[in-house]
Write a protein that binds this ligand. Structure first.
Ligand SMILES: [Zn+2]
Length: 95
């Protein structure tokens, strides 16, 4: 998730991440993509060039990913193990 503003100059760069990625997918060079987005300063250009989007990686650490992403039917609860009933009944423990 890219920061909304450039840390150095304060220009809004948060809305440029998606178009930047799309330009790179379409075969533009990094320089062309940044120029087309109107990012002239090196600080803002660096914000996009050096950003690594870790959002998908963070999803691996979601505590309940299956419930959120794939609700599905709940698994049936396992039957409780029944205590073994033997013929002998002990009231007192052996000494
Ligand atoms: Zn900047």
């Amino acid at each position: 998730m890219i920061p909304v503003r450039c840390f150095t100059c304060g220009k809004v760069v948060g809305n440029k991440w998606e178009p930047y990625q799309q330009s790179l997918k379409n075969g533009c060079s990094v320089n062309e993509a940044l120029d087309s987005l109107g990012l002239a300063r090196s600080c803002c250009r660096g914000m996009l060039m050096t950003h690594i989007d870790l959002t998908d990686d963070q999803m691996d650490y979601d505590p309940k990913p299956k419930e959120r992403h794939n609700p599905g039917p709940k698994p049936e609860p396992k039957p409780k193990p029944q205590p073994q009933v033997s013929g002998l009944k002990r009231d007192k423990p052996d000494n």
